[in-house]
Design a protein. Structure first.
Length: 436
């Protein structure tokens, strides 16, 4: 697998060096420094082959982390290990920089002893590692602590240690959705889907079990709730239902219960983690619509008009709105007029960038532009790239709702009512484009 692991600073000096196989020599260190770090041309590929040796590298701030091998290895696995290793280091000493690595080099070597065995990645879970590797080194454990470590490594709950206590039990839940859209100039939706993530921060004492309820169509039908219309988008009581095409859970979720009882039950890791990922393509509420109008006035002038409409509740506010309207390559100058926000022409991007700080729902505004063009000999017609958009809205465009979030802890004397819960919905733009 991995023959050696090296960490460099921006000057090419080796901070951490660990060789696992005899086929990797000292010249590999110099080869990476000369051909990648000190290369005259910028190295764009994350994999570099030098003298039948493969260098897989990632960069964090001013630190280069390189895995070296002479074998035909799985590249995705190597990069997964490098990213996991950076996450482990961040959980121990925070930001990855030269000073922190020098101050914690003993700890880093201890971590490498645990997570790499003869070049093969082992357990990279920070919850398990922190039970027997501390900031100051390896503890001398008693028999009880050794039994606890064994249960953490071989047991089912390897992502959470026992004995966690908080003065105030809190749960923070963020439903984060990215809307992807491709719309025709006539307003017809050519393709649309939502990629969602559920992020959770848990500050709970003991070993609690959480139950999480969502308005998924399959789950609602399994509970005996009648679906009212043929599209399956609402229940008999008029509440929205989301149709999830595919989903992916954190390892803490009990999949057997989800398949049989259609309930999401889990013992959460301590701190922040990603509980679930999902994707949906039906009944998406598109937050914004751009109506473009492009008119060519001769060969040296063009008129552009873009109308922006917000399609959500008037009580909500969209934020960080940015509309990017492409312009021809032979643009000489642009005169702009917008009713809301600020707009300017960026020659480096060949686009008009229109920014609006806030916009309420069910509103409409527009931008007008007169573009002066240079005469060119080329007869190639302008391809009219699509108008792209960025935004953030305080709701889930897919209609995803958290029905309930319950906490059970039988051993400690606190109930579900004692837990403070916070739920937040955030909708953001993914690839949100409208053709001209």
């Amino acid at each position: 697998m991995i023959g050696g692991l090296f960490m460099y600073n921006h000057k090419g000096e080796v901070l951490i060096s660990r060789v696992y196989r005899d086929d990797i020599g000292r010249n590999a260190v110099d080869a990476f420094r000369v051909n990648v770090i000190h290369a005259r041309q910028q190295v764009r590929t994350p994999v570099t082959n030098i003298a039948r040796t493969s260098f897989f590298h990632i960069r964090r701030a001013n630190i280069w982390l390189a895995a070296v091998t002479k074998q035909n290895v799985n590249g995705a696995m190597v990069f997964e290990f490098l990213i996991r290793f950076t996450q482990v280091m961040q959980s121990y000493f925070g930001k990855i920089n030269e000073e922190n690595i020098k101050n914690n080099f003993v700890l880093i070597y201890e971590l490498l002893d645990e997570i790499l065995d003869f070049g093969y990645p082992q357990n990279c879970d920070t919850g398990v590692l922190k039970t027997f590797i501390t900031q100051t080194g390896v503890k001398s454990q008693s028999k009880e602590e050794q039994m606890q470590i064994t249960s953490q490594v071989t047991g089912q709950i390897g992502w959470r240690r026992e004995g966690i206590k908080y003065r105030r039990n809190e749960l923070f839940l963020d439903v984060l959705e990215y809307v992807n859209l491709l719309m025709s100039p006539q307003g017809q939706v050519l393709s649309a889907h939502v990629a969602g993530r559920i992020l959770m921060k848990s500050y709970l004492s003991g070993m609690p079990e959480c139950k999480f309820g969502i308005n998924d169509k399959i789950i609602m039908e399994s509970k005996g709730t009648k679906i009212l219309d043929d599209t399956g988008s609402r229940t008999a009581s008029g509440k929205p239902v989301v149709v999830i095409d595919d989903c992916q859970f954190h390892q803490c979720v009990k999949l057997s219960k989800f398949e049989t009882e259609h309930s999401i039950s889990f013992i959460p890791p301590d701190g922040e983690f990603e509980l679930m990922r999902y994707r949906t393509t039906k009944d998406i509420s598109l937050p914004f619509r751009v109506i473009p109008l492009v008119r060519e006035v001769g060969r040296t002038r063009m008129e552009v008009k873009a109308v922006l409409k917000s399609n959500f509740k008037p009580s909500l506010l969209g934020q960080k709105i940015e509309v990017k309207i492409p312009t021809p390559l032979n643009t000489a100058g642009v005169q702009l007029l917008c009713l809301k926000g600020k707009a300017k022409y960026k020659a480096s991007d060949n686009a008009i960038v229109w920014k609006i700080k806030r916009m309420a729902g069910m509103k409409e505004t527009q931008l007008s532009a007169e573009i002066d063009l240079l005469e060119t000999d080329t007869k190639k017609k302008w391809t009219r790239p699509p108008i792209s958009m960025n935004f953030e809205v305080p709701f889930a465009p897919s209609g995803f709702k958290v029905r309930y979030l319950k906490v059970f802890e039988p051993k400690l004397n606190y109930s579900d009512h004692d837990v403070v819960k916070w739920v937040r919905y955030i909708g953001r733009s993914g690839l949100y484009e409208t053709r001209c």
